[in-house]
Design a binder for this molecule. Structure first.
Ligand SMILES: Cc1cc2nc3c(=O)[nH]c(=O)nc-3n(C[C@H](O)[C@H](O)[C@H](O)COP(=O)(O)OP(=O)(O)OC[C@H]3O[C@@H](n4cnc5c(N)ncnc54)[C@H](O)[C@@H]3O)c2cc1C
Length: 472
């Protein structure tokens, strides 16, 4: 029997598309590059999605109206976003949870200390791993054919129409295809090419860690570029967080994040501060620190706190380097003690302490030091002192395929009528740069569902759709 919809990828966006297409009556096959144990891409590492709501709703407090969500997105992207597509994602985020719940996803209120997201973000019970497991279970139950260890390396495309995909030499034909195979963040060679060499002769990407899956190699992104698909986004833009330098090369996930930056200071390998650690609330700033560290010599930084910060942030999985004095800490970190002490003494002397309150943009700030620390500036004077070495941790890249509001891939400005795309592969349409926590899953869920629905529509006749609806 011929196949209606082929979905390429095995994370949130692919699963949403597969479920929607199957629910609409299409026969669906999903190809996941990873083995079953590693299925789910970056989605298995997630914890929540950002949701618009006008009043308190199950796990969400208060209200988070469309306009506020839009303004948040506008701010972090600096205008590099498509308002029409962004608002579509925002509105879809208000109504997707009952559908997610129908497929087995359970929600819980945010834990305290998790970037204060209880108003804006719905947390998945059991995290992203439980979410993808629930979707896979539902997909199997509905009869989606699932193949693991099935990396697609190229497609047959004629005049903007999908014909077939190739997996290890095997040709798989389908009426319609949905691409949801992630970004290229796991491909170090491509990251190297995108970041280039810096003025110090370093290749910064050599020191990047990949927070998620190793399977998002960008093979299909590259292939689609070569096929002449319309692209969007800058390859050097990514969601990049400063993470524990001891994290593994791939799949370190959420527990390697270092969340104490705004409670202390950060110095580079030369023992100098380089950015305002208290510029804004951490949820609004954590995603710029990967890039900031990437610009430092050796792509390494040291987040330093004293004992006053203990208990005020989610502790990382590995213990930090501890010392009873700042000179001892410099020694343990291998930093030049004289420069380090000058940096710390200058910072400490510049602190103008008011009423410390980490939950508001408080009045504790520095004067006469550059860079300034504009909030939560307390002198680091209470031992023991703790330091965490941090490196850039790439979450996902923003280069993607240009889409319209029906998730269609475009060639020369014309939408394909049987090739659709969702998730990281098109997130750059909404997120040209920057990030606001939870919006990756909002984009993937909205566009995964649109792509699945459109794919079924393109594969089935209106009569077949009607019969399916009647049967359902
Ligand atoms: C540590 C971490 C935490 C995060 N936390 C959050 C969060 O809490 N909230 C949020 O909104 N976002 C979060 N994100 C971002 C989020 O993971 C992504 O935005 C989202 O998962 C993208 O979904 P996707 O389906 O497009 O990609 P993925 O989930 O990465 O799925 C891509 C899939 O494609 C497969 N694949 C790749 N190439 C091929 C190929 N050639 N053939 C076949 N299959 C292929 C991969 O194996 C994978 O299954 C986090 C990311 C990381 C790394």
């Amino acid at each position: 029997m011929s196949l209606d919809v082929l979905v390429i990828g095995g994370g949130n966006a692919a699963l949403c598309a597969a479920l929607m297409a199957r629910e609409a009556g299409a026969s669906v096959m999903l190809l996941e590059a990873a083995p079953k144990a590693w299925r789910g891409g970056n989605s298995m590492h997630t914890r929540n999605l950002r949701c618009m709501h006008d009043a308190p709703q199950d796990v969400l407090e208060d209200a988070y109206p469309e306009e506020e969500f839009w303004q948040d997105l506008l701010k972090v992207t600096g205008g590099l976003t498509d308002e029409h597509l962004a608002r579509l994602v925002i509105r879809a985020s208000s109504s997707c949870r009952p559908w997610m719940a129908k497929h087995g996803v359970r929600f819980q209120p945010s834990l305290s200390g998790t970037l204060s997201l209880s108003r804006t973000n719905a947390f998945f019970m059991g995290g992203g791993k439980a979410l993808v497991n629930a979707y896979y279970r539902s997909a199997e139950r509905l009869g989606v054919q699932i193949r693991y260890e099935a990396p697609v390396d190229r497609l047959d495309i004629e005049d903007g129409r999908f014909k077939a995909a190739y997996v290890n030499g095997e040709r798989i034909q389908a009426r319609v295809c949905v691409l949801a195979a992630g970004g290229f963040e796991s491909n170090r060679e491509w990251l190297r090419e995108a970041w280039g060499q810096n003025e110090r002769g370093e290749w910064p990407a050599d020191n990047f860690l990949i927070r998620g899956t190793r399977y998002n190699q960008g093979v299909l992104l590259r292939h689609m570029m070569e096929q002449g698909a319309d692209m969007i986004g800058d390859p050097s833009q990514s969601h990049c967080v400063a993470i524990d330098a001891r994290a593994p090369e791939y799949d370190g996930g959420i527990c390697t994040r270092i969340d104490c930056v705004s409670l202390g200071v950060v110095v580079n390998q030369e023992a100098r501060r380089f950015y305002d650690e208290g510029e804004d609330f951490w949820p609004k700033r954590y995603a710029i620190w990967g890039r900031l560290v990437a610009q430092q010599p050796g792509q390494i930084g040291y987040s330093i706190i004293d004992s006053k910060a203990t208990g005020r942030f989610m502790p990382p999985v590995f213990e930090g380097v501890r010392a009873d004095s700042l000179p001892e800490l410099a020694g343990k970190l291998g930093l030049d003690e004289a420069t380090f002490m000058q940096t710390m003494n200058t910072y400490n002397a510049a602190c103008r302490v008011g009423s410390f309150d980490h939950t508001v943009l408080d009045d504790c700030h520095t004067e006469g030091v550059s860079p300034a620390k504009t909030h939560w500036a307390l002198p680091l004077d209470t031992p023991p002192f703790t330091a965490y070495a941090v490196r850039p941790g790439v979450t996902f890249t923003y280069l993607g395929l240009k889409v319209n509001d029906q998730a269609a891939v475009h060639f020369g400005g014309r939408p394909s009528d049987n090739l659709f795309v969702a998730g990281e592969m098109m997130a750059g349409n909404v997120l040209g740069k920057g990030y606001t926590a939870g919006v990756g899953m909002s984009i993937g869920t909205a566009f995964g569902r649109i792509a699945g629905a459109q794919a079924a529509r393109a594969a089935l006749t209106p009569q077949q759709m009607e019969t399916q609806r009647a049967a359902a």
